[in-house]
Design a protein around this ligand. Structure first.
Ligand code: NAD
Ligand code: TYD
Length: 328
C-alpha cells in the first residue's frame, strides 16, 4: 500500500509514520512544517514533501496513493483563541482539498479527529460516535467542520472515508505547548507550572502508541462513513497529572501556580469506545506508567525540546499566553 500521511512531522503523525514503515508500507509524508512540524521527528529513510494541505498544487505533487491519513492540523486550543483563521483554513479547507484528492484517486481516507468536537460531558456519561457535536473552542469547531466535510464526501461522492476521534494523547515528541510536555519541561527548568482555574478539569488520557494502533485498525478495517472513538478510558483531573510530574521529578510543589482559566474551558471529556473495541482494539499502556515514561523521555532528551523552548516563536507564544497570568 502506498500511503500518504499528512502532518507526519508532528507529534502523533510521526509516531504513525514509524509504525507504518515498520509494517513495511510505502509511506509518503506531506507537511507544511509549521511551528509544530519538526524534521527531528522524522525517521531518516522517510520520503517527505513540504506543502500545505489547503493548496491543491501542493497536494497534487505527491502523485498516486492508495490511502490518505490526515493528521495535518492546527491543534492548540489556546492558539485558536488568539487567532482562529489558520484553524479554519487548515482543519476545514485543507480537509476538503484532501477529500477531493481521495475522490480523484479512489483512495481510502482516514480523518484524524478529536473528542473535543463533542464538547464537555457531565460526570457519569461518555460521548458516543452519534452524539451531537457541541464544540466549545475555535479549534474544536474547526475540527468538527472537517469531520462534517468527510461525512458529506462519503454520502455525496462515495469517498471511502472514516473518522477517528481520539482523546488527549501523550508520549514522546509532543510540542511543549501542551500540558504534559509544558509542565515537565518547565519543572526541569525550575519554572512555574501554570494550572488553569481550579485544575479539576478531567481529560481522558491515551498513549500515542495506542492512539496510532487504533488509527491503523480503522484505516484497514473501518467502514466508510463510520466514526470511531479512540480512548483508554483513563480519566484524570489536571491537578492529578500535575502532581505526578512534580512527584516523579522530585521538584517542589510550590512550582504549581493556579492562574486565570482558559475562556470556554471544557470541564470533562470522556469517550465511549465500544465500537473500536468491537473491531479488536484494546489499549496497552497504563496511564501512570506511560506518563512516568514520558516524563523520563523529556528529562533524557533535552536536545529535542530545548531548541524549541529557546526559539523566538515559542518565547513570543509563551509571553502572550502566560506573562499576565503569571504576574498576578
Ligand atoms: P501537531 O500540532 O503536533 O502536528 C501537526 C502537524 O501538521 C505538524 O507537523 C504541522 O507542521 C502540520 N501542519 C499544520 N498545518 C498544515 C498544513 N496546512 N498543511 C500540511 N501540514 C500542516 O499535532 P498532533 O498533536 O500530532 O495532532 C495530529 C492530529 O491528531 C490533529 O489532526 C489533531 O487534531 C488530532 N488529535 C490530536 C490529539 C492530541 O492530544 N494531540 C488528540 C486527538 C486528536
Ligand atoms: P492541552 O494540553 O492544551 O490539551 P486540550 O486543551 O486539547 O485538552 O490541555 C490539557 C488540559 O490542561 C486542559 O484542561 C487545559 C489544561 N492546561 C493547564 O491547566 N495549563 C496549561 O498551561 C495548559 C497548556 C493546559
Amino acid at each position: 500500500m502506498r500511503l500518504l500521511v499528512t502532518g507526519g512531522a508532528g507529534f502523533i503523525g510521526s509516531h504513525f509514520v514509524k509504525r507504518m514503515l515498520a509494517a513495511s508500507d510505502d509511506v509518503v509524508i506531506l507537511d507544511k512544517f509549521t511551528y509544530a512540524g519538526n524534521p527531528a521527528n522524522l525517521p531518516a529513510e522517510s520520503e517527505c514533501y513540504r506543502g500545505d494541505i489547503a493548496v491543491q498544487e501542493d497536494v497534487e505533487q505527491i502523485g498516486a496513493v492508495d490511502a490518505i491519513v490526515n493528521f495535518a492540523a492546527e491543534t492548540h486550543v489556546d492558539r485558536s483563541i488568539h487567532g482562529p483563521e489558520d484553524f479554519v483554513r487548515t482543519d476545514v479547507l485543507g480537509t476538503l482539498v484532501l477529500l477531493q484528492l481521495a475522490r480523484e484517486l479512489s483512495a481510502r481516507f482516514v480523518q484524524v479527529s478529536t473528542d473535543e468536537v463533542y464538547g464537555d460531558i457531565e460526570p457519569g456519561w461518555s460521548s458516543r460516535e452519534d452524539d451531537r457535536l457541541r464544540p466549545s473552542s475555535p479549534y474544536s469547531a474547526s475540527k468538527a467542520g472537517g469531520d462534517l466535510q468527510v461525512l458529506a464526501a462519503v454520502r455525496t461522492f462515495g469517498v471511502n472515508a472514516s473518522v477517528t476521534r481520539g482523546s488527549n494523547t501523550y508520549g514522546p515528541n509532543q510540542y511543549p505547548e501542551k500540558v504534559l510536555p509544558l509542565f515537565t519541561t518547565n519543572a526541569l527548568d525550575g519554572e512555574p507550572l501554570p494550572l488553569y482555574g481550579d485544575g479539576r478539569q478531567v481529560r481522558d488520557w491515551l498513549h500515542v502508541e495506542d492512539h496510532c494502533a487504533g488509527i491503523e485498525l480503522v484505516l484497514r478495517e473501518g467502514q466508510p462513513g463510520d466514526v470511531y472513538n479512540v480512548a483508554a478510558n483513563e480519566e484524570h483531573e489536571n491537578v492529578e497529572l500535575t502532581n505526578l510530574v512534580i512527584d516523579h521529578l522530585g521538584v517542589d510543589r510550590s512550582l504549581i501556580r493556579n492562574v486565570d482559566d482558559r475562556p470556554g474551558h471544557d470541564r470533562r471529556y470522556s469517550l465511549d469506545t465500544t465500537k473500536l473495541r468491537a473491531l479488536g482494539w484494546t489499549p496497552r499502556r497504563e496511564w501512570e506508567d506511560g506518563v512516568r515514561a514520558t516524563i523520563d523521555w523529556y528529562r533524557d532528551n533535552r536536545d529535542w525540546w530545548e531548541p524549541i523552548k529557546r526559539s523566538d516563536g515559542f518565547r513570543e507564544f509563551y509571553e502572550r499566553q502566560y506573562a499576565a497570568r503569571l504576574a498576578t
